[in-house]
Design a binder for this molecule. Structure first.
Ligand code: ATP
Ligand code: MG
Length: 437
């Protein structure tokens, strides 16, 4: 992409409405624009990052045996009356009436919808287990939308739902999602820690929030110090095998979020306990027959008896992650994208666009880089060099390839690593082989 043609409305100054660094940087880099409180348009650069995140989530769900589908954003209120949540959900739910005076709503989540689909289509225990997911916009009329995309009203979520005949099966499904989440966040360069979370009336140990530590996080979290030394998990796994040892390892040390933590009953001595703030990027939750019973979702067993299916739901905040990753990875000059979610692989900077020889050399580099499979953002504008550097640092691509008339005369370009700040002079060919290694 040539920057001269790209729609990337960057801002020089810090927008006054942004309280935290990720929100500031997303506005400054031209990634998003606010439409109304907690509702954002995603501009090309921001949307590209969100799609990369979404794709990692998708690949890891697929690898775990979860099947993608797509449910609507607008749901009929009657479905929610069946589960009893239409009244319980309160003001967070956006309620809509259609032209025939039917009560509708913009879905804040999809348990009811998926339970209806399941009960209308599945009859026998032989069809279980089933794991289904979709990646869809949600709306929650949050009391206090803030921090940009981190607590929006409209936001993109991946939500999965599991259906099993009994609790052992439900645990296997839960474990699949637990391990899929470890792999998903590791691929994004995040150290997300699974923390015990509220299980509600069902009790037990099958509710975990995945939390990344950040001072600006909204959750207060408590954990054993050794948990912070765990390497993030990215090993290959057989999702049909026994995943319990992996889950056991990650739950062996104490870690709990706000509501779950009880200082009077904490196994870690107070002087060792780590207390930090964190961002919830995912939540996995087993809830038994909470929805299957009121909504009559059951299957027939081998002996002819009928059982309500055991369910769980598993969410990831896809749009929140865009901000979350920036909170975890930035410096005073801007964003520092982990390569896996970076909008482009490399930024090519032409230091002197007005110089014909330099411009044609850079055009050639651009073609060769594209031909080598790199996704390149090419700054071919006639801005000052200083502004180009600042801009490239702000948007945080992992590499910058910088070319100017002086270097080119000696047959060299400069390659800069955004994260370390290291620069080296080398031939274009060496730079290219480094970038494609
Ligand atoms: P929170 O405690 O942050 O309100 P929640 O418990 O309501 O989260 P879930 O219903 O479990 O969240 O939703 C799954 C995931 O969706 C969360 O882990 C989070 O990453 C994301 N999410 C929830 N609410 C928002 C929001 N208002 N804006 C952006 N992402 C959100
Ligand atoms: Mg919430």
């Amino acid at each position: 992409m040539r920057l001269s043609r790209y729609f990337m409305p960057t801002l020089k100054d810090n927008p006054s409405e942004a309280e935290i660094v990720s929100h500031r940087l997303m506005l400054r880099a031209g990634m998003v624009r606010q439409s109304s409180a907690g509702i954002y348009s995603w501009l090309p650069l921001g949307y590209k990052v969100m799609r990369k995140i979404e794709q990692i989530v998708r690949e890891e769900q697929d690898a775990a045996g979860c099947q993608e589908m797509l449910m609507p954003t607008i749901q009929p209120a009657d479905l929610w009356r069946e589960s009893g949540r239409y009244d319980d959900y309160g003001q967070e739910m956006l309620r809509i009436t259609d032209r025939r005076e039917r009560d509708m709503l913009y879905g804040p989540t999809n348990e009811e919808q998926i339970t209806q689909i399941f009960r209308d289509s599945v009859r026998s225990y032989r069809e279980l287990p089933k794991l289904l997911y979709h990646i869809q916009w949600k709306f929650r009329d949050e009391v206090r939308p803030r921090f940009g995309v981190m607590r929006g009203r409209e936001f993109l979520m991946k939500d999965s739902y599991s259906f099993d005949v009994d609790k052992d099966g439900a645990r296997r499904s839960y474990n699949k999602m637990f391990v899929a989440y470890l792999r998903t966040f590791a691929r994004m360069g995040l150290q997300a820690i699974p923390m015990q979370a509220d299980t509600g009336p069902i009790g037990g140990d099958m509710s975990h929030e995945f939390i990344i530590l950040a001072d600006t996080g909204e959750s207060e979290v408590y954990c054993h110090p050794d948990l912070l030394t765990f390497d993030s998990f990215n090993a290959d796994v057989d999702f049909e095998g026994d995943l319990q040892p992996i889950v056991d390892k990650w739950t062996s040390l104490y870690a709990a979020a706000d509501e779950k933590h009880d200082p009077g009953n904490c196994p870690v001595p107070a002087d060792q306990l780590i207390t930090r703030r964190g961002i919830e990027v995912g939540h996995i939750f087993y809830f038994g027959d909470k929805y299957s019973k009121p909504m009559d979702a059951k299957v027939t067993m081998a002996d002819g008896s009928e059982v309500f299916v055991e369910m769980g739901s598993y969410g990831i905040g896809v749009s929140r992650l865009v901000g979350g990753i920036i909170e975890a990875s930035h410096d005073e000059n801007g964003i520092v994208w982990p390569a896996s979610v970076s909008p482009y692989d490399v930024g090519l900077i032409n230091l002197k666009a007005g110089d014909d020889a330099c411009a044609s050399a850079c055009d050639g580099f651009f073609s060769q880089m594209k031909a080598a499979g790199l996704d390149v953002l090419y700054d071919d504008t006639d801005e000052r060099a200083g502004a180009k550097f600042a801009n490239m640092d702000l948007i945080g691509l992992p590499w910058q390839l910088i070319a100017g008339p002086r270097g080119l005369k000696n047959g060299v370009v400069e390659l800069k690593n955004r994260a370390s700040g290291e620069r080296e002079e080398l031939s274009f060919e060496s730079a290219l082989s480094k970038l494609t290694a």
